[in-house]
Design a protein around this ligand. Structure first.
Ligand code: SAH
Length: 236
């Protein structure tokens, strides 16, 4: 017997009240207005996507470690990026950096299908199994280098990049459909600007959504593994 009740005991097994509270305080009160986005985030059980040792933090206002040196993004960032894509339900969406699969689950409730690419094999297979177990049938997790996009299913009506890029990879520009939207953090390895790009009449229009901090996008057209390692060494 322990003195303090576990979060499951306090909140019920579904963490429903923690999730509603998260959506109200961290997301709606900070300006995310799309009812569809708020509903989708309310419907996805975030606690299923975090490691057991972080269960009590699942609805906290922060990113959390998910293994392999990676993180599940802060709930507000997931909401802001999702809202910027303005999904109506018919889109084919590409996510780069599937991680835990949480963001892909949110997108899957708002679009026709989601192709989510993850470069770390352990994370890709874990996300694939979890999404299948939770019944997200319109998400396909692919393992590979997302800096090259996923050409076999292109073009995409929306692209969400969940890792920090030094610049917008050419393959992603090319694989974005006419009229499509892309959200991507671009900048230095330890600080970026979240940008939303729209492809209109063949050209790209870009606007800033503010500053942010993501783990690096590592790949052929992203950061090189060696520069990520030297930044990590410099921090130790
Ligand atoms: N969207 C995720 C969190 C993403 S963290 C979630 O909801 O949990 C960023 C992810 O990008 C990490 O899992 C990392 O392994 C992945 N990543 C980094 N470089 C990549 C690349 N070139 N291609 C695909 N995934 C990459």
């Amino acid at each position: 017997m322990t003195e303090t009740a576990s979060p499951t005991e306090i909140d019920g097994p579904n963490f429903d009240s923690a999730r509603s509270e998260m959506v109200a305080r961290q997301i709606r009160d900070r300006g995310i207005r799309s009812p569809r986005v708020l509903q989708a985030i309310c419907a996805v059980p975030r606690h299923q996507f975090v490691p057991a040792e972080s269960l009590s933090e699942a609805y906290a206002d922060a990113p959390l470690p998910i293994g392999e040196g990676q993180t599940i993004s802060q709930p507000y960032i997931v909401a802001a990026m999702t809202e910027a894509l303005r999904l109506e339900g018919r889109e084919r969406v590409l996510e780069i950096g599937a991680g835990s699969g949480y963001q892909a689950a949110v997108l899957s409730l708002l679009a026709r299908e989601v192709i989510a690419v993850e470069s770390q094999p352990v994370l890709a297979s874990r996300a694939r199994l979890l999404l299948a177990r939770l019944g997200y049938m319109n998400v396909c997790i692919e393992e590979g280098d997302g800096t090259l996009g996923w050409p076999s299913r292109a073009p995409y009506d929306a692209i969400l990049v969940a890792a920090a890029a030094p610049h917008v990879p050419q393959a992603l520009r090319d694989q974005l459909a006419e009229g499509g939207r892309m959200v991507i953090p671009v900048g230095e390895m330890d600080y970026q600007e979240l940008i939303c790009i729209e492809k209109a009449h063949g050209g790209l229009v870009r606007r800033s959504l503010g500053g942010c901090r993501f783990v690096p996008l590592v790949g052929r057209c992203g950061w090189q593994r060696s520069s990520v390692n030297s930044l990590e060494l410099a921090r130790e």
